[in-house]
Design a protein around this ligand. Sequence first.
Ligand code: FAD
Length: 484
Amino acid sequence: ADKYPHLQRNQEFKKLTDDDLAYFKSILAPSALTQDEGDLEAFNNDWLQKYRGQSKLVLKPSTTEQVSQILKYCNDNKLAVVPQGGNTGLVGGAVPVFDEIIISTANMSSIRSFDNVSGALVCDAGCILEVLDNYVAERGYIMPLDLGAKGSCHIGGNVATNAGGLRLLRYGSLHGTVLGLEVVLPDGTILDNLSTLRKDNTGYDLKQLFIGSEGSLGIITGVSILAPKRSKAVNVALLGVSSFEQVQNAFKRSRDELSEILSAFEFWDKASIDLVKQHLVAGANDPLESEHPFYILIETSGSNKDHDDEKLNNYLEGLLTDDVVQDGVVAQDTTQFNNLWSIREGIPEACSKTGAVYKYDLSMPVPVLYDMVQDMRTRLSDSGVLGEGKPVKCVVGFGHIGDGNLHLNIMAEKYTDEVTGLIEPFVYEWIAKQSGSVSAEHGLGLMKTGALHYSKSPSMMKLMRRVKDMIDPRGIMNPYKFLP
Ligand code: FAD
């Protein structure tokens, strides 16, 4: 309770008893219950080590039927629960706030079917994203999403957070690529909507409600998702750029000149790559000869290597000739390809090794995207907290330019009310003025529940509350989070 002085445990929720444990033991294998304090640590703490719950029980069902029995029992007995996938979420959504029971999808990891003609993959919610990507790769396909946490995050967690990531520019969001879901509602009802159809206009598209619902409405147990064909020819280039304006010029030109083969356009600032170098992130070596204020990573994917190489080379030559970029390198082999991606994917890891990370993932018009980073630096400097020997060590900006998504990371010695008070609500007010979103892809969780109104109108929030109350009338699903 000390961890969250502004929150109080809802005393209407029942506390776990021996009778409850006896029930769970009657439906699950002994290894599917975790009660040992040491083992509970990993489930009670989040990836950032920022949020910490006090759950006394983790349940790891292995079938949808077991999830249904668990939720029905919890609903009948008013026991609060938190669904948990890979626990890589960055907004405190997957760990309990007080003593909620954690329901983990770790034991639900079977692939149910794969259609080699359409690319429709149907699998359990606990499948790890990277495992799925390897599975479809062997069949000539690719998962439509990719993120730095792919080795740990579950597809159910990805859907529950509507994860964006590195391939969104090319394949669109999960709202388009998810074909169907199997979801267990709080009262135990199994909602079977595991369609593999691309087109289905028979009534409300209810699966959309659960994409990005962050465990507030039910537990996703199965996912049907469309995997695109894996491109035969993939190139990646790293560019050094002198200003954010030129980053935008390079992006505009990439859409004109690379168009259909453009598959990723990422950027980061010098402060980001300095951290990657400082923490020697494995496999991430900067191949450029000199340092630059900004960096761009461009990926192309297509079906004809000669055609793609020519297009990319013409594009890069044009950028160098017109002084849009100062330097650049194209990966010549798989090792270099992985090396360039490791720099980008290593930034969150390098940030977390630097100290406590205040993370903001913000959506806004691209022209103002880097102003946010500079305004934050100015604000923290003027307040006397940013710099050597001060509470805040550095502020970095990176992200998915192609999606208008900035990751603003502020590294501090530790999480304090003083630093939080300087960042918030400033960052949210700033973003609201730009009609942006306080969460581009990480979701609301516990962190941004109170910031929802900066991005959603009162009428929208009211309707969201009505949906929540209709599907989860007893409020047992992931309480204290998501909706104020
Ligand atoms: P968890 O963290 O376990 O859960 C996240 C939320 O979903 C919680 O609210 C939880 O209650 C709920 N939930 C989980 N499983 C279910 C289920 N089966 N049914 C219902 N609710 C469920 N995110 C991006 O969008 N883009 C990125 O590029 C990106 N990069 C990242 C890089 C790193 C290094 C890290 C650590 C995280 C990154 N993330 C990114 C954030 C995170 O990985 C994603 O949000 C991911 O989708 C979470 O999946 P998970 O299985 O770990 O979910």
